[in-house]
Write a protein that binds this ligand. Sequence first.
Ligand SMILES: [Zn+2]
Length: 168
Amino acid sequence: MIRITSSKKNNELLDEITTLSKIRNALLNDKIARKICKEKGMGEWFLAGVPIKFDKIKQSAKTVDSHIILNKSLLKKSFDIIMRYVIHELTHSIQHVQNFRKKDTKKDKEDYLDKDTEVEAFKYQVEFDAENRGQEKAEKYVEDLLDYHKLKGKDRADKKDELLDESH
Ligand SMILES: [Zn+2]
């Protein structure tokens, strides 16, 4: 059967699949991705199977029931930036399969950057960023994140130390 679709759409799909292929390869060989598996007691086979796709979403990236969804707009970003999101969401993906029975609704009311699940994901993300773009750029990213969440004074200093600390 022949389907006639616009070539623009076809190119977009091809772009997505090309990038997804690059992501999968990078993920299977990435030091931080493997470290996440090891530290969370998950086999590295998880990296080969975790579902990842591009879609039109409000956030830059999100994970729904272990499925990683990346905003289509990320296709225009550099590969390091895309992978930074993938590393963050990979952490959530493993959290979902490990914690799905322990859903704590109270935790949802906590400030975003105080949630254990977010701290863990951001720490791996920042470590990946420092590894790939350098410590300085990773720290700048953390400063921007703290600005965005309007953290000031001691809370800000403590959160910065926490996110930049490589021990998990
Ligand atoms: Zn998150």
